[in-house]
Every structure is written in structure tokens, then in C-alpha cells.
Write a protein that binds this ligand. Sequence first.
Ligand code: SF4
Ligand code: SF4
Length: 424
Amino acid sequence: MKSLPEVLDEARKCVKCGNCMAQCPVYVETLEEPLVARGKLGLIEAVGEGESEFNKRLGKILSQCLLCGTCAENCPNSIPADDIIREARFLLVKEKGLSLPKKAIFKYLLDSNYLMPLLLKGGASLQNLFLKKTPEESGLRLRFPMPVLDQRRLIPPLAPDSFLDIHAGWVRAEKETRRVGLFVGCVSNYLFPRIGRSALDLFLRNGVSVFIPKSQRCCGLPAFGSGDEETPRSLARKNIEAFEEEGLKEIVAPCASCASMLKLDYPLLFDESDPFRAQTLSFSSKVKDASQFLGELLPQKTGGNEFTGKSLRVTYHDPCHLRRKLGIFKEPRNLLRALPGLEYVEMAEANRCCGQGGSFNLANYDLSLKILGKKAQAIDESGADIVTTACSGCLLQLMDGLHQQGLKKEVRHLVEMIDQATLF
Ligand code: SF4
Ligand code: SF4
């Protein structure tokens, strides 16, 4: 984590050329200068130079960023504006503290050993009290107004049993050729255990034995993106220790955002002087996103579309964490092109952010849906019947957003899609 002078040094490199404007999903929808990267960097500079301070207004502006990295990708000076904005959030939280709801969620829920599993287990049996089924929809809706969640939102039901309630420890492949650890992630664990199950089945069918530590926890990304240092550090220690004992060489995460957090952000949490740093670097070097791992494991098709005329069309949305942070975008497409019975179609601007952005989507629901509007249009125009993605945050955003736009498309996680299409 950087100090204010370090953050200021980086922010000062911005020459205010405006190249980041046309592609910034937030600016495109709002046309507000403070919300584009150069506007935010200018405001951070003003704080660093003592002309302004970390106040409520700046906090609001900094929170209106998806951390999607599109600005950095389009910056001729290679300024990592998204990283600088995130660092400024850490400084803000250091000075002003976390808001009470965030503090309660991150410190007392996410980082508690028992509370989150207990609460979500209880929530699964009580969800009909708070959520209602609507006949025409596959998700649930709030019965009463609640903080944080917009009442229009389509909410996936909590699974009666989490993935980790059912699967834990070693699961051995019949003819073992490889061993991996599976980092499940909260969405797959509590909402869609079928994603974790698909990863497990795919690995086992292909000779990969899987170790699933029961004590693994949230990766910490929601807290990290909100400027909280302590919760992700505590979660990182717990996750690293959970996978440590088995001497694994590979740890696979089906969710691209979790993979990016474990691989790229965990090392930022422990500086050179921290005795836990060596363990962290060793752990992070072993982490792979599931599409990268499956790309190594399964036969793929490269090049053109060889399945034109097949009955169902599938398209793919690039999660920002996978494409911009981890640099993975060929593997998911090549894997989808190889699936029997499906025609792969590329949507326009597949790497355009969907508007999820972690807590951005909770705090700025209308703006988030506006941003999703362009994605929905691209999906519609692609003619696809099914849209896939490799990040659980994007998955939730696409499920809700396409529904709000009235677009009837099936939304599937990439791993689930590959598992089901290769069963036959
Ligand atoms: S493109 Fe880079 S240098 Fe230009 S305004 Fe944006 S952040 Fe600054
Ligand atoms: S990270 Fe994304 S949303 Fe934030 S300023 Fe850059 S382009 Fe805009």
C-alpha cells in the first residue's frame, strides 16, 4: 500500500490529454469530468498538494469508478489510473475510516470464521420471508425495502447447502495425472454450487485430483476494492494457510476476480519486511484462473468459427480482471469454439466492462444498469442464445441486467458451459 506522496507522484504523471475519456464506461454515461480518470487524478493531486482534503465529496467521486482498467489500457503514458484510484481509497479509509455498514460487513461478517457460513445457512432457510418468487423470473425479489439492495434487483436464491458443506478435502481422479487445489469463491460456494461442481467434475474426468480446503474463505476483493487493508490481509493469511499443507503446485479459481485477487493483489498486502511475504509470493505464483488451466488441459480450437450452422449460438463477455489484469482472453474463446453442438459468435466490444465493479454496482445501481445497456445491446446484436463469462461478479450483473433490459438470454459461467457441453 502506498503513502500519499507516492500516490501523488504517480497521479502527477497524468498530462491531462483526455485519451482515457472516450472509453471510460462511467464517463460515457455521465459526461462528468470529475468521474473520468484524469478528473479523479486531478482531485487526488489537489489533496496531495494540500489544496483539498479527503472529504465526503471526494469519497463519493472515488467510489464512482469500476476499477476496470480501461483508462490505463488507453493511456499513452501507461499511467495505472485504476490502481492509483484504488490506492487513494486506502488513504481515504486510513484517514476517515470505513462507513459503518462496510465495517460491519467486512470485519464482522466476511472475516469471521463462523458468522458468514452461519448467517447464509440461516438465510437460505429464511429467504422466503424476505424474498419473493415472481412467476416470470428465475430469481427472487425483496419483499421489503432493505439497505444496500435495490428493490428492482433480481436476486439468485441462496443454496440450501453450500459447495463447501458438500465437498471438502481430497477428491481423487481415477487415473491421476495432475493435482490441483480448488479455490471456490463466495458466489459459487453460496449461490451457485453447480459452478464449483462443474469445475470438480471437469477436472476429475480429465485425470486431475482436487484438494478442497474446508477452511478457505472469501478472497477479500470486495473489501480490498473499498479501501480496507486489514480484512483482505487477514483473509489472505487464512486462505494461504488453508492451501499450504498439501504441497500443491497449482491452485485453480473458477472466478476470474478471485484469481486476480489471489495472484496479483495478495502480494501487495505484505511488504518486503513482512515475514509472511515469502509464503504469499509462493502461493500467488501457483494460482491460475480456471480458463487458463482448462486451456492447458483440454483440446481447443483456434482460428475461425468452424461450427456455423449448429443449433445454439454462444458468445463470451471478457471480465476486466481476466482480460486486463491477467491478460487472458484467447483461452475462453478457443475452449468455447471447441464445444460440440454450439456455434461461437463474438459480440462487439466483448471487453467492455459490464458495470458490475464490486460495490460500485451496489452503490450506483442505476448507473451500473446504464453501463450494462451497451453490453446488452452487443449481446442482442450478436444473435447469441447463451452468454458466458468467467467471473462470478459479471455473471450476477449479466443475469440481473439482461433481465432488467427485457432480454431473454441464458447466462452461464464458462466452466459450467464447458462441463455440460462435454458430458456427451
Ligand atoms: S490518458 Fe493517461 S495521461 Fe491522458 S488524461 Fe488519461 S490518465 Fe492522464
Ligand atoms: S477504472 Fe474504469 S471506470 Fe474507473 S476511471 Fe478508469 S475507465 Fe473509468
